[in-house]
Design a protein around this ligand. Structure first.
Ligand code: NAP
Length: 256
């Protein structure tokens, strides 16, 4: 099959691309800076890049809160319209476990993005995942550059992005069944437990400071808004194993 992976160089897009290529599929990587340049904020390049594709995986993202709406909601609208024009039969998108329960602008954009896909004109599959291991590690590393790491109590359940990539590759091969697949990491624990593992694993001496997230956002997070004990697919690679693999040439050894 020929598949376009939008955001194919990102934390999720790169392992999706690798999983599809490993299975012998032809992958077009679409980003603002790839061989097939597209810009989701304008739609530029989309129609040409999607023409002739059997499926499109939408895995773009923005770190800018101001652009979240434009890249994810506007971007999804533009992608779906281009897919409809050139006849792509299957759109696959990524959402976040619990996003509708957490009052935060980024998650509101994700909820709207998901709605567009489900109500849209193209056959679809949604994958809802928990936070990726490198996302948690990057967050802590950014804070540690200022000498501190926040250690809140709220539950998080990081998952290996490669395992999520494999779920996408399966879903591409299964075709547009209009279903939502949830994928979560092996352990739901307070973020502060992962902070301790991260400090051990990286040797960071950044000061660990307790943090209480205020308001409705804090309440939703403390109530386990971003975790699930009944995912369709439970990842096997723990945060500790993933961290260890970052400093080793050995593949990640999973628990039995
Ligand atoms: N990170 C997590 O823990 C997590 C967990 C669950 C779900 N998700 C979801 O997974 C998706 C991907 O997140 P990620 O963390 O993997 O992203 P990421 O690592 O930040 O990568 C973003 C990708 O999007 C591309 N991109 C950014 N702006 C673009 C634009 N205007 N037009 C076209 N391409 C653009 C980037 O390439 P260029 O910069 O070259 O354009 C890059 O390939 C998001 O929908 C996110 O909500 C993330």
């Amino acid at each position: 099959m020929r598949i376009a992976v939008i955001g194919g160089t990102g934390m999720l897009g790169a392992p999706v691309t690798a999983a599809l290529r490993d299975r012998g599929h032809e992958v077009r990587v679409l980003t603002r800076h790839s061989e097939h340049p597209v810009d989701l904020t304008t739609g530029e390049g989309l129609e040409d890049a999607l023409d002739g594709c059997d499926a499109v995986v939408e895995a773009a993202n923005t770190r800018s809160p101001k652009l979240a709406e434009e890249v994810m909601v506007g971007g999804t609208r533009r992608i779906l319209a281009a897919e409809q024009r050139v006849g792509v039969p299957h759109h696959l998108a990524i959402s976040i476990v619990g996003q509708e329960a957490v009052p935060f602008g980024y998650y509101r954009a994700k909820v709207e993005q998901e709605r567009l896909v489900v109500d849209g004109p193209v056959g679809w599959t949604l994958v809802r995942a928990t936070q990726f291991h490198p996302f948690v590690a990057d967050l802590l590393a950014s804070a540690a550059r200022l000498g501190v790491v926040p250690a809140p109590r709220f539950l998080t359940q990081p998952v290996d992005a490669g395992e999520v990539g494999a779920v996408f590759a399966d879903a591409v091969e299964e075709g547009p069944e209009g279903r939502t697949i949830t994928v979560a990491g092996p352990e739901a624990r307070p973020l502060r437990a992962f902070v301790d593992e991260w400090r051990d694993g990286t040797g960071s001496h950044a000061l660990r400071i307790p943090l209480r997230v205020p308001g409705g956002l804090g309440r939703a997070l403390r109530d386990g808004g971003l975790v699930t004990d009944s995912p369709d697919v439970r990842g096997r690679i723990t945060f500790r194993q993933w961290l260890a693999a970052q400093h080793s040439d050995e593949p990640v050894a999973t628990r039995p």
